[in-house]
Design a protein around this ligand. Sequence first.
Ligand SMILES: [Zn+2]
Length: 188
Amino acid sequence: MTDVELVGNALCLDFANTVNARPVARRDWLASPAEVVTWARAVGHPVDDDPSLRFTLPVARDLRETVFRVFQPLAHGDAPSPDDLELIHTVHAEGIAQARFVEDGATFRLSWAEPESLRVLLWEVATSAAGLLTRGPLHRLGDCPSCHWLFLDTSKNGRRRWCSMITCGSRDKSRRYYAAHGDRAETE
Ligand SMILES: [Zn+2]
């Protein structure tokens, strides 16, 4: 099993990146209860593997695709569809309705009963998406041209292009190298 890679710099974007590549994925962290438990632990929102998990997984995968369809166009300066925005809003509103404020150091945070249910993780994802939509910085959104992972570019110069230089960045470099030198096509 490969390790969870977190490159999004926002929970909602890492959630969109739970498939390893688009449009064809070889890895899906939302495919089974065991995988989602591993992924959730890695992002610091542990979920219990209780019987309800199996039923919530399809909802989770739907939300993931919605989050992707909202932020991918935004990464290119295009508008997402109103229907997809509405879906994010619906999940966010549902979460807010169930949440309460609890003190967290100098500020407060949202907290839910049964914090270790997958449903709560989805509400956290929707809250993260709502925060990104309302506060940005949307001009710092990136869409890796190789695997279509989404990320917030937090680099100083704002010129990050790849999800990660070690995977997609270097793969592209060698591909361009062979294209430019007419040597041979890179085989994977
Ligand atoms: Zn990539």
